[in-house]
Design a protein around this ligand. Sequence first.
Ligand code: HEM
Ligand code: HEM
Length: 155
Amino acid sequence: MIAVPDWLKPVLPFFHPVLMWLLLALSLYALYTGIQVIRTRTAKGEEKSRLLKGKFREVHFQVGALLLVLMVWGTLGGMAVTYINNQKLFLGPHLLVGLSMTGLIAFSASLAPLMQQGKDWARALHITINGLVLGLFGWQAVTGMQIVQKILTQG
Ligand code: HEM
Ligand code: HEM
């Protein structure tokens, strides 16, 4: 049994859900900036110089890096808190989908150097993987809120 200070006990289960909702918003921002990257690459003339000013490649890379590290630590944190509260993990959909998402986003981020070399297949794979991550995120939010409800009704 891991000793948690008394003041921390009531709030401990809520760090992970709050962080993950913020991450869902950050993922949508990554999607937006990613789309702007495509627009910038394909635009011409006036439109292109306007889009270049947005520095979307840099912003997207930065947002992506933040998303990667927070998703890895958010997942580890969710598992740690679950273990502290229950002395075990639950081999259910939220755990398995969560671990899959973390694996997928690492895969997606590892394609960064290849995309920068201009490899189109890496771009297509990056977009496919992240589409999957976003879809799974929606599912995680549903199962995650079901767990929140369970914790709240347990008192
Ligand atoms: C939900 C998450 C993400 C979404 C929806 C997303 C979406 C996209 C899209 C649509 C593109 C444009 C591809 C093209 O030019 O055809 C792109 C490019 C890129 N993404 Fe992401 N991405 C995500 C996460 C990440 C992460 C985690 C990283 C790495 C830390 C990352 C790094 C990059 C890089 C380096 C490029 C290439 C930009 C360039 O052309 O130089 N992205 N992404
Ligand atoms: C979007 C909203 C999300 C909510 C509301 C949510 C909520 C929760 C809650 C309440 C727990 C249990 C914590 C406890 O027992 O004290 C949990 C556990 C966990 N969460 Fe999330 N979560 C969300 C998203 C995610 C995402 C995106 C991932 C991974 C990418 C993830 C990975 C995990 C993992 C691995 C556990 C441990 C599961 C277990 O062993 O049963 N969660 N989550």
